[in-house]
Design a protein around this ligand. Structure first.
Ligand code: PGA
Length: 270
Protein backbone atom coordinates (compact mmCIF):
# COMPACT_ATOMS: atom_id res chain seq x y z
CA UNK A 1 0.00 0.00 0.00
CA UNK A 2 1.30 3.45 -0.84
CA UNK A 3 2.59 5.23 2.20
CA UNK A 4 0.20 8.10 1.96
CA UNK A 5 -2.92 5.97 1.58
CA UNK A 6 -4.36 4.62 4.76
CA UNK A 7 -7.36 2.44 5.23
CA UNK A 8 -8.14 2.32 8.86
CA UNK A 9 -10.66 0.22 10.65
CA UNK A 10 -10.39 -0.96 14.18
CA UNK A 11 -9.54 -4.46 15.17
CA UNK A 12 -9.69 -4.55 18.91
CA UNK A 13 -11.42 -2.81 21.68
CA UNK A 14 -9.67 -3.46 24.95
CA UNK A 15 -11.39 -1.80 27.86
CA UNK A 16 -11.80 1.72 26.63
CA UNK A 17 -9.01 1.89 24.11
CA UNK A 18 -9.22 1.42 20.39
CA UNK A 19 -6.16 0.19 18.53
CA UNK A 20 -6.27 1.26 14.94
CA UNK A 21 -5.82 -1.42 12.36
CA UNK A 22 -3.67 -0.14 9.56
CA UNK A 23 -1.16 -1.95 7.38
CA UNK A 24 0.79 1.24 6.91
CA UNK A 25 1.21 1.87 10.61
CA UNK A 26 1.85 -1.80 11.41
CA UNK A 27 4.59 -2.01 8.81
CA UNK A 28 6.14 1.07 10.32
CA UNK A 29 6.20 -0.48 13.79
CA UNK A 30 3.82 2.19 14.93
CA UNK A 31 0.70 1.78 17.01
CA UNK A 32 -2.03 4.35 17.35
CA UNK A 33 -4.36 4.15 20.34
CA UNK A 34 -7.35 6.39 20.78
CA UNK A 35 -8.77 6.87 24.28
CA UNK A 36 -11.97 8.51 25.46
CA UNK A 37 -9.95 11.00 27.51
CA UNK A 38 -6.38 12.17 27.98
CA UNK A 39 -6.45 10.98 31.60
CA UNK A 40 -7.19 7.41 30.51
CA UNK A 41 -4.51 7.63 27.85
CA UNK A 42 -2.00 8.84 30.43
CA UNK A 43 -2.83 6.00 32.79
CA UNK A 44 -2.12 3.52 29.98
CA UNK A 45 1.22 5.15 29.17
CA UNK A 46 2.11 5.29 32.86
CA UNK A 47 1.48 1.52 33.05
CA UNK A 48 4.07 1.00 30.31
CA UNK A 49 6.61 3.30 31.90
CA UNK A 50 6.16 1.83 35.36
CA UNK A 51 6.81 -1.66 33.98
CA UNK A 52 10.04 -0.35 32.42
CA UNK A 53 11.08 1.31 35.66
CA UNK A 54 10.45 -1.86 37.67
CA UNK A 55 12.29 -4.03 35.13
CA UNK A 56 15.55 -2.11 35.18
CA UNK A 57 18.04 -0.84 37.64
CA UNK A 58 18.45 2.27 35.55
CA UNK A 59 16.23 3.92 32.93
CA UNK A 60 17.16 6.92 30.82
CA UNK A 61 14.05 8.95 30.05
CA UNK A 62 13.61 11.63 27.42
CA UNK A 63 11.08 14.12 28.76
CA UNK A 64 8.89 16.81 27.26
CA UNK A 65 7.24 20.02 28.46
CA UNK A 66 4.14 21.97 27.41
CA UNK A 67 0.48 21.29 28.09
CA UNK A 68 0.48 17.81 26.54
CA UNK A 69 2.52 15.91 29.18
CA UNK A 70 0.89 17.60 32.19
CA UNK A 71 -1.75 14.91 32.87
CA UNK A 72 0.99 12.30 32.46
CA UNK A 73 3.21 13.92 35.08
CA UNK A 74 0.18 14.22 37.36
CA UNK A 75 -0.38 10.48 37.01
CA UNK A 76 3.29 9.66 37.72
CA UNK A 77 3.31 11.90 40.79
CA UNK A 78 0.09 10.25 42.00
CA UNK A 79 1.76 6.82 41.70
CA UNK A 80 4.73 8.12 43.66
CA UNK A 81 2.54 9.54 46.42
CA UNK A 82 -0.19 6.91 46.63
CA UNK A 83 1.62 3.77 45.53
CA UNK A 84 5.17 4.53 46.60
CA UNK A 85 6.57 4.11 43.09
CA UNK A 86 10.29 4.85 43.18
CA UNK A 87 12.06 6.80 40.43
CA UNK A 88 15.51 6.30 41.94
CA UNK A 89 16.75 4.50 38.86
CA UNK A 90 15.53 7.25 36.53
CA UNK A 91 17.80 9.74 34.81
CA UNK A 92 15.93 12.26 32.66
CA UNK A 93 16.94 14.40 29.70
CA UNK A 94 14.59 17.10 28.48
CA UNK A 95 14.11 17.92 24.85
CA UNK A 96 14.70 21.64 24.89
CA UNK A 97 15.01 24.96 26.72
CA UNK A 98 14.29 28.57 25.75
CA UNK A 99 17.28 30.75 25.03
CA UNK A 100 17.90 33.47 27.58
CA UNK A 101 15.80 32.03 30.42
CA UNK A 102 17.63 31.23 33.63
CA UNK A 103 16.53 28.16 35.60
CA UNK A 104 14.72 30.49 38.04
CA UNK A 105 12.58 32.10 35.33
CA UNK A 106 8.98 30.96 35.89
CA UNK A 107 8.52 30.06 32.21
CA UNK A 108 11.80 28.18 31.84
CA UNK A 109 11.41 24.50 31.15
CA UNK A 110 13.69 23.94 34.13
CA UNK A 111 11.01 25.55 36.34
CA UNK A 112 8.30 23.55 34.60
CA UNK A 113 10.06 20.26 35.26
CA UNK A 114 10.78 21.14 38.88
CA UNK A 115 7.18 22.08 39.49
CA UNK A 116 5.47 19.22 37.71
CA UNK A 117 7.90 16.34 38.05
CA UNK A 118 11.34 16.51 39.66
CA UNK A 119 10.18 18.44 42.70
CA UNK A 120 7.65 15.71 43.47
CA UNK A 121 9.44 12.46 42.71
CA UNK A 122 12.76 10.92 43.71
CA UNK A 123 14.44 10.72 40.31
CA UNK A 124 18.22 10.27 40.40
CA UNK A 125 18.96 13.15 38.01
CA UNK A 126 17.22 15.43 35.55
CA UNK A 127 19.07 17.26 32.80
CA UNK A 128 17.96 20.07 30.50
CA UNK A 129 19.86 22.03 27.88
CA UNK A 130 20.95 25.37 29.39
CA UNK A 131 18.93 28.52 28.68
CA UNK A 132 21.93 30.73 29.37
CA UNK A 133 25.22 29.90 27.69
CA UNK A 134 28.32 31.46 26.14
CA UNK A 135 28.62 29.23 23.14
CA UNK A 136 25.56 27.45 21.74
CA UNK A 137 27.46 24.87 19.68
CA UNK A 138 29.54 23.89 22.70
CA UNK A 139 26.52 23.72 25.03
CA UNK A 140 24.74 21.47 22.50
CA UNK A 141 27.74 19.20 22.01
CA UNK A 142 28.03 18.84 25.80
CA UNK A 143 24.37 17.89 26.04
CA UNK A 144 24.77 15.21 23.37
CA UNK A 145 27.82 13.88 25.21
CA UNK A 146 25.87 13.67 28.48
CA UNK A 147 23.12 11.68 26.78
CA UNK A 148 25.67 9.34 25.21
CA UNK A 149 27.53 8.86 28.49
CA UNK A 150 24.24 7.95 30.18
CA UNK A 151 23.87 5.16 27.61
CA UNK A 152 21.39 6.86 25.27
CA UNK A 153 17.67 7.42 25.77
CA UNK A 154 15.64 4.31 26.50
CA UNK A 155 12.17 5.84 26.49
CA UNK A 156 11.26 9.18 24.96
CA UNK A 157 8.07 11.14 25.60
CA UNK A 158 6.96 13.56 22.86
CA UNK A 159 4.20 16.01 22.06
CA UNK A 160 3.56 17.42 18.61
CA UNK A 161 3.51 21.14 17.86
CA UNK A 162 0.72 22.80 15.92
CA UNK A 163 3.19 23.12 13.04
CA UNK A 164 4.36 19.50 13.25
CA UNK A 165 7.50 20.10 15.29
CA UNK A 166 8.88 17.53 17.73
CA UNK A 167 10.94 19.10 20.48
CA UNK A 168 11.72 22.50 18.88
CA UNK A 169 12.62 20.95 15.55
CA UNK A 170 10.69 23.42 13.47
CA UNK A 171 9.67 22.77 9.84
CA UNK A 172 12.85 22.53 7.78
CA UNK A 173 14.67 20.40 10.38
CA UNK A 174 16.55 17.52 8.77
CA UNK A 175 16.08 13.90 9.79
CA UNK A 176 19.71 13.71 10.90
CA UNK A 177 19.77 17.04 12.77
CA UNK A 178 21.48 17.05 16.17
CA UNK A 179 21.09 19.13 19.31
CA UNK A 180 21.44 22.75 18.25
CA UNK A 181 20.27 26.35 18.59
CA UNK A 182 17.12 27.07 16.58
CA UNK A 183 15.08 30.17 15.82
CA UNK A 184 11.50 29.54 16.87
CA UNK A 185 8.73 29.61 14.28
CA UNK A 186 6.19 32.39 14.48
CA UNK A 187 3.50 29.72 15.00
CA UNK A 188 5.40 28.24 17.94
CA UNK A 189 5.87 31.67 19.51
CA UNK A 190 2.18 32.50 19.05
CA UNK A 191 1.22 29.19 20.71
CA UNK A 192 3.42 30.15 23.69
CA UNK A 193 2.24 33.77 23.89
CA UNK A 194 -0.50 33.10 26.43
CA UNK A 195 1.76 31.45 28.99
CA UNK A 196 4.32 34.23 28.60
CA UNK A 197 1.71 36.98 28.91
CA UNK A 198 2.16 38.23 25.35
CA UNK A 199 4.12 37.47 22.21
CA UNK A 200 6.74 40.10 22.97
CA UNK A 201 7.86 38.08 26.01
CA UNK A 202 8.30 34.78 24.16
CA UNK A 203 11.96 34.00 23.48
CA UNK A 204 13.00 33.98 19.83
CA UNK A 205 15.29 30.96 20.01
CA UNK A 206 15.93 27.76 21.93
CA UNK A 207 18.34 24.87 22.25
CA UNK A 208 16.70 21.65 21.13
CA UNK A 209 17.62 18.01 20.71
CA UNK A 210 17.74 17.33 16.97
CA UNK A 211 15.42 15.02 15.06
CA UNK A 212 18.30 12.57 14.77
CA UNK A 213 18.92 12.78 18.51
CA UNK A 214 15.25 12.07 19.25
CA UNK A 215 15.08 9.18 16.78
CA UNK A 216 17.98 7.44 18.55
CA UNK A 217 15.69 6.78 21.51
CA UNK A 218 14.91 3.07 21.69
CA UNK A 219 11.22 3.62 22.31
CA UNK A 220 9.13 6.71 21.60
CA UNK A 221 5.68 7.58 22.94
CA UNK A 222 3.94 10.54 21.35
CA UNK A 223 0.85 12.07 22.95
CA UNK A 224 -1.66 14.39 21.30
CA UNK A 225 -4.85 15.84 22.73
CA UNK A 226 -7.72 17.86 21.34
CA UNK A 227 -9.09 18.72 17.93
CA UNK A 228 -6.41 21.33 17.46
CA UNK A 229 -3.84 18.53 17.00
CA UNK A 230 -6.03 16.30 14.82
CA UNK A 231 -5.07 17.52 11.37
CA UNK A 232 -1.35 17.86 12.00
CA UNK A 233 -1.20 14.38 13.55
CA UNK A 234 -3.10 12.91 10.60
CA UNK A 235 -0.65 14.54 8.19
CA UNK A 236 2.39 13.48 10.23
CA UNK A 237 1.34 9.84 10.07
CA UNK A 238 -0.04 9.64 6.55
CA UNK A 239 1.89 12.03 4.37
CA UNK A 240 5.33 11.19 3.10
CA UNK A 241 8.19 11.84 5.54
CA UNK A 242 9.38 15.37 5.04
CA UNK A 243 11.46 17.98 6.84
CA UNK A 244 8.49 20.31 6.30
CA UNK A 245 6.69 18.27 8.98
CA UNK A 246 9.36 16.90 11.33
CA UNK A 247 6.96 14.62 13.25
CA UNK A 248 6.55 12.63 10.01
CA UNK A 249 10.06 11.22 10.60
CA UNK A 250 8.58 9.07 13.36
CA UNK A 251 7.10 6.86 10.63
CA UNK A 252 10.43 5.17 10.04
CA UNK A 253 11.63 4.88 13.64
CA UNK A 254 10.26 1.37 14.14
CA UNK A 255 9.15 1.49 17.78
CA UNK A 256 6.66 4.29 18.25
CA UNK A 257 3.45 4.33 20.27
CA UNK A 258 1.02 7.14 19.64
CA UNK A 259 -1.76 7.79 22.13
CA UNK A 260 -4.53 10.30 21.62
CA UNK A 261 -7.89 11.32 22.95
CA UNK A 262 -10.94 11.34 20.68
CA UNK A 263 -10.33 14.93 19.67
CA UNK A 264 -6.85 14.34 18.24
CA UNK A 265 -7.29 10.77 16.97
CA UNK A 266 -11.01 10.28 16.34
CA UNK A 267 -10.34 10.46 12.57
CA UNK A 268 -8.64 7.05 12.79
CA UNK A 269 -11.86 5.36 13.86
CA UNK A 270 -14.12 6.40 11.02
P1 PGA B 1 1.78 21.60 23.76
O1 PGA B 1 3.03 21.66 22.79
O2 PGA B 1 1.96 20.37 24.56
O3 PGA B 1 1.86 22.83 24.62
O4 PGA B 1 0.57 21.56 22.88
C1 PGA B 1 3.42 20.49 22.17
C2 PGA B 1 4.71 20.72 21.44
O5 PGA B 1 4.95 21.85 21.02
O6 PGA B 1 5.46 19.75 21.28
Amino acid sequence: MAKNVLEIGYREIILSKVICDSEVLDEAGLTLEVYPSREEACRAVADELVAEIRDRRELVLGLATGSTPLPFYRELVRRRQEEGLSFQGVVGFNLDEYEGLSPEHPESYYSFMQKHFYGQVDARAGHLPPGIYQNAAQACAEYETKIREAGGIDWQLLGIGGNGHIAFNEPGSARDSRTRRIELDERTRLDAARTFGGLAHVPRAALTMGVGTVLEARRIVLMAWGEGKSEILHRALLERETADLPASFLQSHGNVRIVTDMGAGGWALS
